[in-house]
Ligand binder design. Structure first.
Ligand code: ATP
Length: 441
């Protein structure tokens, strides 16, 4: 493996080189830590979201939702975000750098010394900075038209609790899952797509009887760790971190982060929270609507507790990239390969005619047409075959099919395995079955 310090640089550069992720508005010099997902990145991200969506909703006790990003401003008063969704911000008067107070050392805070330019007594007092992006609905920009870009997707689920309950015939315990964009005006975004101002969340809120909260909290902790394992993430690089009393958010009774060991340290990948009945009770108070639950079997009325699993799509994408990245020495040359689990690989099969003549492209094109019915493929007929393999290794493509002169004689092709680089000859007509077998094992 490459040295930790340079691994992020290598991944950022690979992402640009191969079309996974570009800097947002790049031709204008970029803007405030935003990123655009290119052709490979969007497939990778989509596969991650699909894996999450399937694991959450292909069961009888969880249903999906897609709520609007813009919500009534009262939602954010009820949730506590208008008053409390702040980070303490400190500026350096000398070099104008900006820090989150909790990112500074006690020594820096006490001496007022800027960690960037080293000037003593240059740090300002901490000011509370609200992370919500504000906008206005309609043409008049006054206080009655204020709206916020949602800083989390969860509230869209809470305000629809009753709608879903009344229409989906679910009974507590049950969950609502949602994937969507969230926005936070982070003071110090950074580490590529780890912390950005616009990002995507995959959140599931599980509504339970208040006495069952701890049981379901434990169940979801295990379920979520298992999901990363199924994505092929190295277990040794995942751990749980329990929030101490002073780390707990205002709504949480208990919280664990799933952390991944990124090249820049152990960081949060997903939060699992016992939010109690805080959110529903706040919405009952602010909206004046009944958001409780009647359990017919036990003739009992209660406000459910909520166990939340809140994962970041972009952080999971970064985790998959970091975790899959490997450099190997092959015949005196460096091979860079993304060893993605085949479930999330953006392209499943690369298809190559050895040369661009003698009828080989026609056979390869026919194979492409057949295979693409079931798998995402990439057809590449240009350049030396070794180079084409390397490009597919960098894209994380699990298999490559090469049509060569022997194909003309006996109808067989080579099937190359990305990880072992082993090449097997198999009859072209058996490809579909063989690939299906390989991808499902
Ligand atoms: P952090 O402490 O890193 O700011 P958080 O505790 O505020 O994260 P949550 O509010 O629990 O995060 O959000 C749930 C998930 O959403 C996080 O685990 C993360 O994956 C993702 N997320 C939150 N903020 C960002 C961001 N600015 N950029 C990318 N992903 C984010």
């Amino acid at each position: 493996m490459p040295k930790e310090s340079s691994l992020m640089d290598k991944i950022v550069s690979l992402c640009k080189r191969r079309g996974f992720i570009f800097q947002g508005s790049e031709i204008y010099g970029g803007v405030g830590s935003t990123y655009d997902y290119g052709p490979l990145g969007v497939e990778l991200k989509m596969n991650i979201k699909n894996a999450w969506w399937t694991s959450m909703t292909h069961r009888s006790d969880i249903v999906g939702l897609d709520a609007a990003i813009l919500m009534h401003p009262k939602v954010w008063e009820a949730s506590g975000h208008v008053d409390g969704f702040t980070d303490p911000m400190i500026d350096c008067k000398q070099c104008k750098s900006r820090f989150r107070e909790d990112d500074l050392s006690q020594k820096n805070i006490e001496s007022g010394q800027c960690p960037k330019c080293g000037t003593k007594d240059s740090l300002t007092e901490a000011r509370q900075f609200n992370l919500m992006f504000k906008t206005h609905i309609g043409p008049v920009e006054d206080s009655s038209s204020i709206a916020y870009l949602r800083p989390e997707t969860a509230q869209g689920i809470y305000v629809n609790f009753k709608n879903v309950l009344d229409t989906s015939r679910q009974k507590v315990p049950f969950g609502i899952a949602q994937i969507g964009k969230a926005f936070r005006n982070e003071i110090t975004p950074g580490n590529f797509i780890f912390r950005t101002r616009e990002f995507e969340q995959m959140e599931m809120q599980y509504f339970v009887h208040p006495e069952d909260d701890e049981k379901y909290f434990e169940i979801w902790k295990e379920e979520r760790l298992k999901w990363y394992d199924e994505l092929g993430i190295n277990k040794a690089k995942l751990r749980l971190h329990e929030h101490s009393e002073d780390e707990l958010a205002h709504y949480a009774k208990k919280a664990f982060d799933i952390e991944y060991e990124f090249p820049f340290g152990w960081k949060e990948l997903e939060g699992i929270h016992n939010r109690t009945d805080f959110d529903l009770k706040r919405h009952i108070k602010f909206s004046g609507k009944k958001l409780d639950y009647f359990d017919e079997k036990n003739n009992e009325r209660f406000v459910p507790y909520i166990i939340e699993t809140s994962a970041g799509v972009d952080r999971t994408t970064l985790t998959c990239l970091v975790d899959a990245y490997e450099e190997e020495e092959v015949k005196g040359e460096k091979r860079v390969v993304l060893k993605f689990n085949s479930k999330i690989a953006p392209i499943k099969v690369g298809i190559f005619p050895l040369v661009n003549k003698d009828g080989l492209p026609e056979i390869a094109e026919k194979i492409s047409k057949d295979i693409s019915k079931n798998f995402a493929i990439f057809y590449d007929s240009k350049g030396a075959i070794g180079r084409r393999y390397r490009r597919m290794d960098e894209a994380g493509t699990p298999f490559g099919i090469t049509v060569d002169y022997q194909t003309l004689e006996d109808g067989t092709v080579t099937l190359r395995d990305r990880d072992t680089m082993a090449q097997d000859r198999i009859p072209a007509e058996r490809l579909s079955g063989e690939l299906t077998k390989k991808f499902s094992s």
